[in-house]
Design a protein around this ligand. Structure first.
Ligand SMILES: [Fe+2]
Length: 199
């Protein structure tokens, strides 16, 4: 007997929850030895493996609200103390950020579309950051940052990506960005509008 659409949907979200849980368990182990370049690259590689089956993360499950066409965050996993936060970020059209740090480790891994990452020298203790490299995140690839690393994001035509952080994005009150208008580093003030998509 054919399964109903609802049953198929339930199966997909449950399968997604299982693989996310497995990945985050592995990432806790990887991070337990300390936050360094090897660890964050290991987290990136584990999330690339999680993204391998794109069908578990269909764009239809992560719609962009009309009120937030610049991008929407969906929470897939987070520990009770706010650590190990995994989001899907979906962008419908163009979106970009100023150069910024995270004050915790951060990993971006592609599912759909292209997200250009510009990586900068220096950090928020210094003056104007200069671009030192560029990397396009797309399916099968990813990029990892230490807490003080500085990057900016540039999306031209939509994307669906994993964004994973050592801590709940809305708990990172010391994050800074480079303001081109005032030519100085400033603290982010806005909170993210995050949709809880945990099963
Ligand atoms: Fe970032």
């Amino acid at each position: 007997m054919p399964r109903s659409g609802k049953a198929v949907e339930l199966s997909l979200s449950l399968r997604r929850a299982v693989v996310v849980r497995e990945a985050m368990a592995d990432i806790r182990v990887i991070e337990s030895t300390g936050v360094d370049r090897v660890a964050v690259d290991g987290i990136r590689n584990r999330l690339i493996a999680l993204a391998a089956d794109k069908e578990l993360f269909p764009r239809s499950d992560f719609p962009v609200p009309q009120s937030n066409i610049g991008g929407q965050l969906y929470l897939l996993s987070q520990d009770s103390d706010g650590r190990f936060a995994l989001y899907v970020q979906v962008v419908a059209g163009a979106n970009s950020t100023p150069a910024h740090d995270h004050t915790t480790w951060a990993v971006i891994v592609g599912l759909e579309g292209q997200e250009l990452n510009r990586v900068y020298d220096g950090h928020a203790e210094k003056g104007k950051p200069e671009v030192v490299s560029e990397y396009v995140v797309e399916h099968g690839t990813g990029i990892a940052f230490l807490p003080e690393d500085v990057h900016s994001i540039h999306i031209e035509d939509g994307s669906l990506n994993f964004h994973c952080y050592g801590l709940d994005l809305n708990a990172l009150s010391e994050r800074q960005y480079w303001s081109e208008d005032s030519n100085e580093w400033k603290y982010f003030k806005n909170k993210f509008d995050i949709i809880d998509a945990r099963t």
